[in-house]
Write a protein that binds this ligand. Structure first.
Ligand code: ITT
Length: 188
């Protein structure tokens, strides 16, 4: 079964493929030779997930899944939130993480969560799936695995960051895993 993910982010595609396993073939915009920059100007994760999925469905006619994700930090009033990909520099994660850590420098409350909102657009309509994982921010960058803000996030009940865990361990508990569980429940 093919699932087209409305993303240019190869890490997301790979995680979704790992989570779904061999029964699914995960494709992305690159596989359809679509290189357009999709303008994500929505004000919520839901709005941006819809923009991506709708764009992709209009272009290909294939059932399309948009994934809009981000890091939400309690003491920063929810930032970086929907601006996670472009908080300090556009997709420059060293800079983005440095900005978060700098803003959090004197903060005792380090609670944060990752969220993924997925939007499926197909000929039958539009459906949303959401997953969250709660945890705390580190004081420094730790680990090389994963992507994005993984090196500064420790999920609850763990002592290592997402970037210090094996991919398969992150993929058992992550925001993306939880969103996909809902998606699987829906399509079954
Ligand atoms: P597409 O829009 O093409 O899907 P993107 O990277 O721009 O790719 P988002 O708009 O969803 O993705 O931006 C979310 C940013 O939040 C993303 O660039 C990541 O760096 C970060 N992020 C998303 N999922 C993450 C995860 O599992 N771990 C760490 N950071 C994550």
């Amino acid at each position: 079964k093919e699932i087209l993910i409305a993303t240019h982010n190869a890490h997301k595609k790979e995680e979704i493929q790992q989570i779904l396993g061999e029964n699914f073939t995960v494709t992305s915009l690159t596989d359809y030779d679509i290189h357009d920059e999709i303008v994500e100007d929505g004000e919520t994760f839901h709005a941006n997930a819809l923009i991506k999925a709708q764009y992709c469905f209009n272009k290909t006619g294939k059932p399309s899944l948009g994934d809009d994700s981000g890091l939400v930090v309690e003491s920063l009033d929810g930032r970086p939130g929907i601006y996670s990909a472009r908080y300090a520099g556009n997709h420059d994660f060293a800079k983005n993480m440095a900005k978060v850590l700098e803003e959090m420098k004197d903060q005792k409350n380090r609670k944060a969560y990752f969220v993924t909102v997925m939007c499926l657009v197909d000929e039958t309509g539009t459906n949303y799936f959401e997953g969250r994982v709660y945890g705390n921010l580190t004081k420094e960058v730790r680990g090389e695995k994963g992507f994005g803000y993984d090196p500064i996030f420790i999920p609850d009940n763990y002592e290592i960051t997402f970037a210090e865990m094996k991919a398969e361990d992150k993929n058992k508990i992550s925001h993306r895993k939880k969103a996909i569980e809902q998606f699987l429940e829906f399509i079954k």
